[in-house]
Design a protein around this ligand. Structure first.
Ligand code: GTR
Length: 368
């Protein structure tokens, strides 16, 4: 299957400079990804949002730890959802992660009583001088609503008449990414966060969301996808044996616009592919993680998107991913030389403290 060229416009013109990329090709790519995969947001969710936030609980030395805690209700365009943030107790604003926490994880933890969290090692993050804002996805669009035709959350709020939905309308991943951007709105007004150094992170469906959030909101300095797989970092045209397909994912979930399902078993017809999503981060930082036993996410195809995205970075005189050939890829090794970081953790589909250590090592090294 031939892979759509990153540096050739739809009309066939070569893209040779940053100006060509930013004026012509990147906007085309964003349009293709919106039109055929993630959907377009309604104007109501994009303009005159006037994001505000209400801190409903604020504590220092939270639960006996050297942590500054804020429980926040964020309101944008009239829609309100919850987020919790944790910062070190320092005087200076700190680089901060926005974590897209999906419901499987959300249900496992109670941050009102404990900071123990297998998937997000809050105390390690704080001890390394980073902040973290955790956004539960249920506040934007709950998982229980899958296949329920968008009658809850932001969709019901911004577009109550579902009969008006079009095949290219936004869907769940876009809604969650929208939420991550609104959390960043709050961080820009938060005295503890350095909003110029904000990263968006997510696992699995959250990893797909983190990439789309980084592509749609260039204020994110770093976008981190953990085990994002199909419709995340996985190149459709590079999918390996046992990898998830457009048919399976669009049958199971309403995470994408309806147009995407038309490409079930017709991936070769997609006018875009996921290397374009990774390339949309250039010249900012990106990070992709895979798990060695996660054939469903097709690690080799996640790496292939990273490799192909390098051409966009090269326009800026920067390196993208610095990865060896497939045969020489090693698990549990940090590939941190380029501006797209990568590692593959040994084991199953998961996000664990080990991953966060890699993310922070990478960010320590690359941060401006
Ligand atoms: C799976 C889905 C994957 C992945 C995962 C998750 O069922 O097929 O693409 O996103 O869910 O988010 O937990």
């Amino acid at each position: 299957m031939s892979i759509p060229e990153l540096l050739t416009t739809i009309g066939g013109a070569p893209v040779n400079s940053v100006e060509d990329w930013e004026t012509f090709r990147r906007p085309e790519i964003m349009d293709l990804l919106s039109e055929y995969i993630y959907g377009k947001r309604p104007a109501e969710a994009e303009i005159n949002l006037h994001t505000t936030w209400k801190i409903t609980d604020a504590k220092e030395n939270y639960l006996g730890h050297p942590v500054r805690y804020e429980k926040v209700l964020i309101t944008a365009g009239g829609y309100t959802f919850l987020c919790r943030s944790f910062f070190p107790m320092t005087d200076k604003p700190v680089p901060t992660f926005v974590y897209v926490m999906h419901e499987y994880q959300e249900k496992k933890y109670d941050f009102e009583t404990s900071l123990e969290c297998l998937n997000v090692p809050i105390l390690d993050i704080i001890s390394r001088g980073y902040g973290i804002a955790i956004m539960p996805t249920s506040g934007l669009y709950p998982d229980a609503e899958h296949k329920a035709n968008y009658k809850a959350g932001v969709f019901a709020y911004f577009q109550p008449d579902r009969s008006l939905r079009r095949d290219n309308d936004w869907a769940t991943i876009s809604a969650w990414a929208w939420g991550a951007s609104r959390v960043l709105d709050y961080l820009t007004g938060c005295p503890f966060a350095d909003e110029k150094n904000a990263a968006v992170v997510g696992h699995s469906r959250g990893g797909k969301t983190a990439l789309w959030a980084g592509a749609t909101d260039t204020r994110f300095a770093l976008s981190i996808s953990n085990a994002s797989g199909c419709s995340g970092a996985m190149l459709h045209r590079g999918r390996t044996e046992g990898g998830e397909t457009v048919k399976v994912i669009t049958n199971a979930f309403d995470w994408f616009c309806k147009n995407y399902s038309k490409y079930a078993d017709r991936e070769e017809m997609l006018p875009c592919d996921q290397h374009m999503l990774v390339a949309a981060m250039a010249p900012r930082l990106c990070y992709v993680e895979s798990c060695s036993a996660d054939a469903w996410a097709s690690p080799a195809a996640e790496r292939e998107s990273c490799r192909l995205a390098k051409d966009a970075y090269a326009l800026y005189g920067m390196t993208g991913a610095v990865l060896p050939d497939e045969a020489d890829i090693e698990a549990d090794k940090a590939y941190h030389d380029g501006n797209i970081g990568y590692h593959m953790k040994t084991g199953e589909h998961s996000i664990l403290a080990y991953d966060w250590t890699q993310y922070m090592d990478f960010w320590d090294k690359k941060r401006g």
